[in-house]
Design a protein around this ligand. Structure first.
Ligand code: URA
Length: 269
């Protein structure tokens, strides 16, 4: 059989086949004489040739591979899409970027009255909070309730005396270890949106982790008792109630800080 180009039809068929092969990436012509590759010098002896990606003529260039979106970017998009607190809770429950979720029994979102003037932000749930799905319900939480009770405020109180409570992390870290910077960073978009949706007049930042996350600073002994601003809201850093349980002498300073909060609510900043 004659394999040459014998007619216009054969020519166009051959051209179409060639183009199709080029599109598939077969862009190298084979030589007339066969090459016995077993007789070629071993690779290390072969001269190094520059490696260029094969470019098929006529084939569209592929875009560079996309970077996987990081957890912070996913959290930001999810938090921004939450129109209200129920939406925010659902967005956090759906968030798969944080490994802590796998070891937690419950998402600990918040407790108290979202219409409260004061929003308390703690660190992360402990064992009791993980079991009940509510923040500050263990020993430290009971002390927190007594502290705010002393200025007439509480999570079950209505109106002016109401309190709203949440944490930087909604899942318990294993063994109650400190939250890691990456965990804080990926949950921060949810905290920001949380504060935006609640719109408190005052934030109370409980302890070092809360200060680190929202002020970018640690050192609660120096930070406590002085008004600052977090997320555009007046903020009072205070000793964490768990610290007060271990260091009862520091309750004096905590009491002074609570009176500061009370004075601001009564007379403004
Ligand atoms: N400590 C916190 O910071 N938050 C809680 O919910 C419980 C203990």
């Amino acid at each position: 059989m004659d394999s040459g180009v014998t007619s216009d039809e054969d020519y166009w068929l051959a051209a179409a086949l060639l183009e199709w092969q080029a599109e598939l990436g077969a862009d190298e012509a084979l030589s007339e004489t066969p090459v016995n590759r077993y007789e070629l010098p071993p690779p290390e002896a072969a001269p190094a040739a520059p490696v260029a990606p094969p470019v098929a003529r006529g084939a569209p260039e592929l875009p560079p591979p996309l970077e996987a979106p990081d957890a912070v970017a996913i959290a930001e998009a999810a938090a921004a899409g939450a129109a209200d607190l129920d939406g925010l809770r659902a967005a956090m429950a759906d968030f798969e970027g944080c490994e802590l979720k796998k070891g937690a029994r419950n998402l600990v979102f918040s407790d108290g009255n979202p219409a409260a003037r004061v929003m308390v932000i703690g660190e992360a749930p402990g064992r009791d909070e993980d079991a009940q799905g509510k923040p500050f319900v263990g020993r430290a939480g009971q002390l927190l309730d007594r502290m705010f009770g002393a200025i007439g405020m509480g999570r079950a109180e209505p109106g002016e005396n109401a309190l709203y409570i949440t944490n930087i992390l909604p899942w318990q870290p294993p063994g109650n270890r400190d939250p890691e910077p990456a965990e804080i960073a990926m949950m921060l978009p949810f905290v920001r949106r949380h504060v935006e949706l609640v719109g408190p007049e005052v934030l109370v930042l409980m302890g070092n982790i809360s200060c680190l996350a929202l002020l970018g600073r640690k050192g609660i002994t120096r930070l406590r008792g002085a008004w600052t601003e977090a997320l555009g809201v007046p903020a009072m850093p205070m000793f964490h109630p768990a610290y007060l349980l271990r260091n009862p002498a520091a309750k004096r300073e905590a009491w002074a800080d609570l009176l500061e909060v009370q004075a601001r609510l009564r007379h403004g900043g």
